[in-house]
Ligand binder design. Sequence first.
Ligand SMILES: *[C@@H]1O[C@H](CO)[C@@H](O)[C@H](O)[C@H]1NC(C)=O
Ligand SMILES: *[C@@H]1O[C@H](CO)[C@@H](O)[C@H](O)[C@H]1NC(C)=O
Ligand SMILES: *[C@@H]1O[C@H](CO)[C@@H](O)[C@H](O)[C@H]1NC(C)=O
Ligand SMILES: *[C@@H]1O[C@H](CO)[C@@H](O)[C@H](O)[C@H]1NC(C)=O
Ligand SMILES: *[C@@H]1O[C@H](CO)[C@@H](O)[C@H](O)[C@H]1NC(C)=O
Ligand SMILES: *[C@@H]1O[C@H](CO)[C@@H](O)[C@H](O)[C@H]1NC(C)=O
Ligand SMILES: *[C@@H]1O[C@H](CO)[C@@H](O)[C@H](O)[C@H]1NC(C)=O
Ligand SMILES: *[C@@H]1O[C@H](CO)[C@@H](O)[C@H](O)[C@H]1NC(C)=O
Ligand SMILES: [Cu+2]
Length: 560
Amino acid sequence: MFVRNFLAASTALVGFATAIPSPSLQERAACSGNTATSRSEWCDYSIDTDYYTEVPDTGVTREYWLELTDVTVAPDGVSRTAMAVNGSIPGPTLFADWGDTVTVHVKNSLTTSQNGTSLHFHGIRQNYTVQNDGVASITQCPTAPGESITYTWRATQYGSSWYHSHFALQAWQGILGGIVINGPATANYDEDLGMLFLNDWDHQTVDQLYMSAQTSGPPTLDNGLINGTNTYESGGFRYNTTFTPGTSYRLRLVNGAVDTHFKFMLDNHTMTVIASDFVPIQPYEATVLNIGMGQRYDVIITADQESTADSFWMRAIPQSACSDNSQSDDIKGIIYYSDSTTTPSTSAYSYTDGCDDETTLVPYISKTVGSTASTTADEPVAVGFNSDNLFRWTMNSTSMVVDWADPSLGQVVNGNTSWEASEAVVSLPNANEWVYIIISTTLPVPHPIHLHGHDFFVVAQGSGSYSSSTTLNLDNPPRRDTAMLPSAGHLVLAFETDNPGAWLMHCHIGWHTSEGFAMQFVERASEISALIDQSSLEENCAAWVSHSETYSIEQDDSGV
Ligand SMILES: *[C@@H]1O[C@H](CO)[C@@H](O)[C@H](O)[C@H]1NC(C)=O
Ligand SMILES: *[C@@H]1O[C@H](CO)[C@@H](O)[C@H](O)[C@H]1NC(C)=O
Ligand SMILES: *[C@@H]1O[C@H](CO)[C@@H](O)[C@H](O)[C@H]1NC(C)=O
Ligand SMILES: *[C@@H]1O[C@H](CO)[C@@H](O)[C@H](O)[C@H]1NC(C)=O
Ligand SMILES: *[C@@H]1O[C@H](CO)[C@@H](O)[C@H](O)[C@H]1NC(C)=O
Ligand SMILES: *[C@@H]1O[C@H](CO)[C@@H](O)[C@H](O)[C@H]1NC(C)=O
Ligand SMILES: *[C@@H]1O[C@H](CO)[C@@H](O)[C@H](O)[C@H]1NC(C)=O
Ligand SMILES: *[C@@H]1O[C@H](CO)[C@@H](O)[C@H](O)[C@H]1NC(C)=O
Ligand SMILES: [Cu+2]
């Protein structure tokens, strides 16, 4: 995978219209990055650069064209309908270098299902580019079938993430793919294997399952996939690759599930964990790794086992404390050593079932949280039934309902910030102030909480209720974009108002997002209009309104 070496010789290039080979590697800027023995370096920058304040000016724009279609797939041998990006699940990986500008043209060709769409670049900070965050009802109307939309953002961070639809449950119909932003790393490795998606999967579609999720709670899912493949009964095949003894490999793990918390492991091997979400961390060793929905971990695994004739199971194990899966002990891939072709006979590391976060995350670039907050948002979480007897989640007693046809950014641009209660807005008018968010639950259900437009600081996280005597960790706490609210516990997050926009915060369990477990921060509203291309916002909305009238589309979820 030595993309860098292959590309290093070429000079900058911008955009192209022909089909891109897979993986979609594009030419890089003059900077040659780093080598297997100098991963902490990055041209004139390094792992020591504070990427919140300094970003390489590569002058390069990476341009991608993606097309969404209705498809029939059989990733575990069982055929069903789905949706795909350029025909595959996961879709093509977007590659860029730290500092590049990325432009993504998305064509909605979902003409069989007539679904609208939007594409969110999870974890991408969208620094002063909120209109490119790709969230239906917040930053845009859904993009109608037959229409296209273009997103442009700067890669101010580096590491691993994913893009996914932010329209209804469409991400889990298959509209997802990886994002790799090349940059420095906190440990050396020989080869970069790229993204490795961990997903849950069912032989019914998420749209078919949604009604039962709303009436009876989360359904038991049939299976799971490792990078888009697994077996089921006698069908399908397993993700597998071959390791060369002595070589170290970087894997970019992402949990792209609708409702599954995984523990990930490779039997007999230890992982060196080097990043959580887009944040490089002090490397630590793990044999079993917790990964919640929406989270990413970058790990390095060295092929250090003795016999070259061996093979090893790779496992993504749904945690029964918060996920139900009928194949939970068989979501597996295979790592072969050089000349092995045998089925592994290795055993899993022992672990305690649970849906918690990793506990030893120390960001490499150390940051301190302001000890006084100008806004403290208290957001207790609860669940109840709406008037149709369907589950609805609430934060601060509000279940979010926002209108596909009336996105927050449009309202701000039109000078109307008299939000309805159901729009679940917390306004943050002032620049560069600290915000604390206290999220708490008395229910024994953990939730992965994701914030758009920011990395947040996890200043408290634990079981039981939060009180004013809870100790806050302000000295370089874990920093990321998705963290677990523990079962019957609390999660206290902090961030700084350094990015004007309307930013969604929500539970990343697909059912829960659709059932209203979401809120939005309207940050520095007076500065937003200047950042918006109003005509593209309005044209996209006009096409959606016309489409939804033609097909009598009804919105039956939160809108995000
Ligand atoms: C995706 O498909 C479109 C054609 O629909 C093609 O032009 C484009 O190059 C493909 N993109 C990638 C990243 O493979
Ligand atoms: C974010 O955007 C602001 C406004 O353009 C700019 O001053 C700041 O340097 C940017 N931050 C990064 C990390 O690029
Ligand atoms: C999207 O397509 C799915 C699959 O055909 C369908 O079940 C669902 O109702 C559609 N959703 C909307 C909002 O159009
Ligand atoms: C996983 O799939 C993506 C998309 O096809 C691909 O880019 C990536 O290399 C695969 N990962 C591994 C570890 O094989
Ligand atoms: C290993 O992956 C290949 C495709 O890359 C597939 O054809 C093969 O069946 C897989 N092996 C197993 C044991 O599933
Ligand atoms: C894996 O580790 C176990 C326990 O240490 C050991 O018994 C076994 O031989 C190892 N398997 C392989 C294939 O190396
Ligand atoms: C929570 O709801 C109450 C009552 O509607 C409201 O006064 C308060 O501002 C809300 N708090 C937040 C953080 O939204
Ligand atoms: C302003 O927004 C509110 C809430 O979305 C809405 O009820 C009201 O009709 C809007 N007013 C105008 C003048 O558009
Ligand atoms: Cu949830």
